[in-house]
Design a protein around this ligand. Sequence first.
Ligand code: 2AM
Ligand code: CA
Length: 264
Amino acid sequence: MIRSPIMTVMTDAVMKAARSLKRDFGEVENLQVSRKGPGDFVSAADRRAEQILRDALVKARPGYGLVMEETGVVEGTDKSHRWHIDPLDGTTNFLHGLPQFAISVGLEREGQIVAGVIYNPVLDEMFVAEKGKGAYLNNRRIRVAARREMVDALVVCGLPHLGRGNHPQFLKELTVVMAAAGGLRRLGSAALDLAFVACGRTDAYWERDLNSWDLAAGLVILREAGAFVSDADGGPDPLAAGSVACGNETLHRELLKLLRHANR
Ligand code: 2AM
Ligand code: CA
């Protein structure tokens, strides 16, 4: 585990929001039958968790800027620091009672992500990393998987959403990757998708049309776990591109080759 002041600020804020989110997750099941459906309840849970994160982070670091999924951007007086906050990544899973969702908080310093926390409150799995200090799952150091062959690899993707993204492009990419990979999954939480590559549960992952709050924490966790990370077209800056491709050195290269081939 990393015991720096900034990591303590982040994990304390995340654990506080997680208690609220977990309580609300327990209620979701009961709401499935209500006429209005659980959608409004979930967006309230989302906003509650974001408010808790925001209050805790602003209290600890008053000047830092904020980029939040629900509330949007709040400029800080300290122009070199910004939080990227996703209070509930994997909303659709949460809504359906699937325990694959997480809180994601990343810290940007001078344009670089320097610390990240991704926490799944149901499984009590906390992924953390700080630049130069390694990546951890709970108290254990994590590293990307060593698998080198695409035919053995478990590859994760994200599907473009209704009314968003380039569906024909995704279908071309899916066709090519499906023919090469050992297995393919769509798990539904971008933050956890990144964390799973970092800890070697999955071997590679790509997705387009992502926002900074989906990506920030995962990027530093991946890099500290020895992963290779780019945007989905091989460019150096996933945050700027809003897309990601990652894996160990070999499978990241192989995945990019497949994606390039699909987009020829
Ligand atoms: P969310 O749950 O915070 O919205 C699933 O592939 C990923 O896409 C999740 O990380 C999810 O984050 C995000 N997502 C879900 N619906 C979306 C939408 N309509 N637009 C953009 N991103 C979305
Ligand atoms: Ca998200």
